[in-house]
Design a protein around this ligand. Structure first.
Ligand code: NAD
Length: 495
């Protein structure tokens, strides 16, 4: 059933008078899911002002107390897991097991961050002088803007919100427009958990209007952005003008390398999940399969045979293998890449929009495999859909060369039984994440997440390092010698 939402500013849900609205729709049926305010630049400014006003109170709330509120949020999320998992599937289209997984990742991360309230460690460091004590403490940055994509519509907002809040920042969230209801419900969880008014604000609307206004607002100190490279570049440039800390998590073109000694049945399950889970719309999706020539023909046959039995359809049905892609825009973009692939590579299976019956109501595509040479567009550009490029190689060295010869560096994987080769791959692959004998997907919240090259600008989400993005390090010197001691100058006399 469609629900109507306002903006959430200063602890109140309200729609500005005469606000324009937009809808989100179920990509499996095109039925409306939610109605939202098309926010303006003024709405963005109000949300930032509300976060600014709430900042001193939240900053001075003891971190363990902030952690208690987060723990309550994770419990509420757990109680609502089933309902929210269904909402993820209904609004975004990933199959229900993965919809529930999205929410579970949120629960896990908020719970993990709640414990950070009793840590938020600094360092104690020796001084070069006697009777002098040195340490670092963490302090929040201030108002933080979080801009999120649609593919993990509860998990990614929570990765950002929970880490920002536990660190003592106040937040404005701008979710992707086609999963705004998931974003709104995430905010409602924090509201119910007792986050004070203004500490978390929510604004919907076009990225080019609301997102732009949020990033340029002089009262914003940091921006945490996940999305495409082109948008990321724009956000980075905009943030740079205000000398803001801008954290970017961007695209991927993630390879699985399959060596001739790999456990092929194990790899088969991994590649299917990696390439076609979430209809290939994960930033860590396996979009390239780099196969040793000795097992190439056998493995490709195994893959195609399994794909022929793969079910595409209603994502709420637990037996469905793959749901729709997320939107008409996504469908168009993926079909464009499939058309390019048909010209430059050999289509091995799939390659069409599914039609007839329930398919006519939504955005359903066949899982698609191309055999291609390295260097084609489909083998190098991010497609973000259920399209796998398979590339034949003769040696491990060639496999690594091909794996690394793309602009991105998020996730990577190798299937091999050779322990030396596995460790060599950990060293050789240019990526933020490397899996051994597992596909390129499967992040766990207690480990850092992020990539190299065009995948980002060096930061990491999740894990204990997630708070680095949201805290300033203050260096403190305490001199208890009762005299002026000069660093670098009085060091001899202090021995
Ligand atoms: P997108 O770049 O189109 O949009 C991301 C967000 O930015 C949305 O909320 C959008 O409204 C907003 N936005 C758009 N223009 C803006 C502007 N000018 N200023 C400020 N905000 C603006 O990306 P998408 O289509 O939502 O997501 C898909 C992309 O996200 C893929 O490239 C995928 O690889 C990437 N992604 C990366 C990660 C990661 O952690 N590395 C995770 C998930 C998705």
């Amino acid at each position: 059933m469609e629900a109507s939402y306002g903006l959430f500013i200063d602890g109140r849900w309200a729609a500005p008078p005469k606000a324009k609205r937009f809808e989100t729709r179920n990509p499996a049926t095109r039925e409306p899911v939610g109605s939202f305010v098309s926010g303006t630049a003024e709405d963005a400014v109000r949300a930032v002002a509300s976060a600014k006003k709430a900042f001193p109170g939240w900053r001075d709330t003891p971190a363990p107390k902030r952690g208690e509120i987060l723990l309550t949020a994770s419990r509420i999320m757990r109680e609502r897991k089933e309902e929210l998992g269904r909402l993820v599937t209904t609004e975004m289209g990933k199959v229900i097991g993965e919809g529930l997984g999205d929410v579970q990742e949120s629960i896990d991360f908020i719970e993990y961050m709640s414990g950070e309230g009793r840590r938020l460690f600094g360092e104690t460091v020796p001084s070069e002088l006697r009777s002098k004590f040195c340490m670092t403490v963490r302090q929040p940055k201030g108002v933080v803007v979080c801009i999120t994509p649609w593919n993990f519509p509860t998990a990614i907002p929570n990765w950002k919100i929970a880490a920002a809040l536990i660190s003592g920042n106040t937040v404005v969230l701008k979710p992707a427009s086609n999963t705004a209801r998931c974003g709104a419900e995430v905010v409602k969880v924090y509201e119910a958990a007792g986050v004070p008014p203004g500490v978390l604000n929510f604004v919907t609307g076009a990225g080019s209007i609301v997102g732009n206004a949020l990033v340029s607002d002089p009262n914003v100190r940091a921006v945490s952005f996940t999305g495409g490279v082109e948008t990321g570049r724009e956000v980075y440039q905009l943030g740079a003008e205000g000398l803001k800390m801008v954290h970017l998590e961007l695209g991927g073109k993630n390879p699985v390398i399959l060596m001739d000694d790999a456990d092929l049945p194990l790899a088969l399950e991994g590649v299917l999940f990696g390439a076609f889970g979430t209809s290939g719309q994960r930033c860590t999706a396996t979009s390239r399969l780099i196969v040793h020539e000795k097992v190439y023909a056998t493995f490709l046959e195994m893959l195609v045979e399994r794909l022929e039995q793969f079910t595409v359809g209603d994502p709420l049905n637990p037996k469905t293998g793959m749901g729709p892609v997320a939107s008409a825009d996504q469908e168009r973009k993926i079909l464009e890449y499939i058309a390019i692939g048909k010209k430059e590579a050999k289509l091995r299976c799939g390659g069409k929009k599914l039609t007839g019956g329930e398919y006519d109501r939504g955005y359903f595509l066949e899982p698609t495999i191309f055999e291609t040479k390295h260097g084609t567009r489909i083998s190098k550009e991010e497609i973000f859909g259920p399209v796998l490029s398979v590339i034949r190689v003769g040696t491990y060295e060639e496999a690594v060369r091909v794996a690394n010869d793309v602009d991105y560096g998020l996730s990577s994987a190798i299937y091999t039984r050779d322990v030396n080769r596995a460790f060599r791959a950990i060293h050789d692959l240019e990526a933020g994440i490397t899996y051994i004998n597992a596909p390129t997907i499967g992040a766990e919240v207690q480990l850092p997440f992020g990539g190299v090259k065009n995948t980002g600008n060096g930061g990491r989400e999740a894990g204990s390092v997630a708070i680095d993005e949201f805290t300033e390090i203050k260096t403190v010197f305490v001199d208890f010698s009762s005299k002026l001691q000069k660093a670098q100058i009085d060091t001899e006399s202090s021995r």
